[in-house]
Design a protein around this ligand. Structure first.
Ligand SMILES: Nc1ncnc2c1ncn2[C@@H]1O[C@H](COP(=O)(O)OP(=O)(O)OP(=O)(O)O)[C@@H](O)[C@H]1O
Ligand SMILES: Nc1ncnc2c1ncn2[C@@H]1O[C@H](COP(=O)(O)OP(=O)(O)OP(=O)(O)O)[C@@H](O)[C@H]1O
Ligand SMILES: [Mg+2]
Ligand SMILES: [Mg+2]
Lengths: 250, 250
């Protein structure tokens, strides 16, 4: 049975794309057939995986979705590329229930041959993110341990609860991941304390440290697991992968 | 004569809000009557200045805009607060020329008593950012010196040129600002080289170093100029302020 994980947070630059690419690589290396769907008009997940954007978005173009899926350099990891034209689409995209049903049906049709699907979202609570939430089984929220992090989360959680109400029992919280963690900073430790107090079990044990190898990897079109397997960043994403898989069994 | 600066970049987490707050504080301390307009539904500029969001957005609610303007703790610095309800509005916001004319007229009416107006934008190229671009005289683009930075800029510049075509002679490039600069990292130095080669004079001389004081200041509702005046981050924003003012005279 395929599991669809939506990686979302309206706060920008918190590590959504980085988490999508590296967690997907971790699943693929653990033997799970994995698909990344790039729903962000910036197409960072697409370029970070060494691919180029599609000229029109597979979700909007007519025809079957499976044709749009590309294999990547990582065995077992495939990609539905993003599209820059999507900007126009985002602006057209009303949050209509019909749109979402179409998107979910097409995604289900395309992803039946996979074990794990990860959707990378833009930094917004607009139509694209809501579409991804309505197509997902779990939502994973990367945050940075900084002041603005907690503010954005409450709004995000509000929207997630809305989607959960529309269709009870489908979408669950996949977890909150602290990224770019710098244990030397008081601010980082303070926000972590707040997050663990407020969210308890929902927050992952694993935190991803700030590690320049993580920021360098996409410029080589590679995940950090391939670019720097012995780095702290790569080890943290492998740990996260294990934690996500164990939660699943739990 | 008032100058309106739009601080925008669809890439998330690059320092748009931080630059808006700190540059505005710099202008106010230099004796310029300054207004910050928070157009981001996250309302980070509003909370970072120690204020709370409005219940409905002054731009959308009927009535005169000047009533919505609040004084802040910094003498000479005022704020049009953001609104979380704006999310619904962003989704409703078509890029209609009529919307933009209304917004620009209301902004002009409200800002005539100021010397400098800075608009903080959400991380997207949707209606809110386009509205801000069409109401602005200059656009200032913060970037981080990381791999995804250059990719996003080309799309951003494409939209800016579109706005410039619609009304020639109004909007100009205010400059590209490198933020969270870490001179120890090869990646940072490499991207800086690329930015200066590609954009030349448009890139500011001033770079803002990564400095935890900058990230701590908003949790106290203060600019870094007030929170840590002798820190590297504060000195950089003062330097930027001088550079922006000098370019104006130039
Ligand atoms: N653990 C880490 N250590 C160092 N740098 C990191 C780490 N995680 C992410 N980065 C860098 O931080 C920047 C922001 O990360 P990323 O682009 O993944 O965030 P995002 O949430 O997808 O951003 P957006 O909101 O624009 O979609 C990128 O340049 C990325 O390379
Ligand atoms: N020079 C700096 N040194 C250290 N931290 C910084 C610096 N500038 C910004 N930050 C921190 O980085 C994070 C991102 O900055 P900010 O929120 O201003 O970016 P943004 O572009 O407005 O994000 P968004 O795309 O979500 O609107 C914040 O937590 C901020 O405190
Ligand atoms: Mg991203
Ligand atoms: Mg911001």
């Amino acid at each position: 049975v395929v599991r669809t994980l939506c990686v979302a947070n309206q706060k920008g630059g918190v590590g959504k794309t980085t988490t999508c690419i590296n967690l997907a690589a971790g699943f693929a290396k653990a033997g799970y057939r994995t698909l990344v769907v790039d729903l962000d008009p910036q197409c960072n997940a697409t370029s970070g995986m060494g691919e180029s954007p599609a000229s029109d978005h597979p979700f909007v173009r007519e025809g079957r979705l499976p044709e749009a899926i590309r294999a990547t350099r990582v065995p077992g990891l495939s990609l539905v590329p993003g599209c820059r034209e999507w900007n126009a689409i985002e602006m057209l995209m009303r949050w209509s229930a019909e749109d979402m049903r179409v998107l979910r049906r097409r995604l289900e049709e395309a992803s039946s041959v996979f074990d794990e699907v990860l959707i990378d979202c833009p930094p917004s609570l607009g139509g694209l993110t809501r579409a991804a939430l309505s197509a997902a089984d779990e939502v994973l929220m990367p945050i940075q341990c900084e002041y603005f992090a907690m503010e954005g989360l409450t709004q995000m959680i509000h929207v997630i609860r809305e989607v959960m109400r529309v269709e009870p029992g489908r979408l669950e919280f996949g977890g909150i991941l602290m990224t770019m963690y710098d244990e030397r900073l008081e601010l980082t430790r303070e926000v972590e304390r707040e997050v663990r107090e407020f969210f308890g079990e929902i927050a992952f044990e694993t935190v991803v440290p700030r590690d320049v190898a993580v920021a360098e990897a996409p410029s080589h079109g590679m995940s950090v697991l391939d670019y720097g397997p012995r780095t702290r960043g790569a080890r943290a994403y492998v740990e996260l992968c294990m934690e996500v898989l164990n939660r699943d069994e739990g």
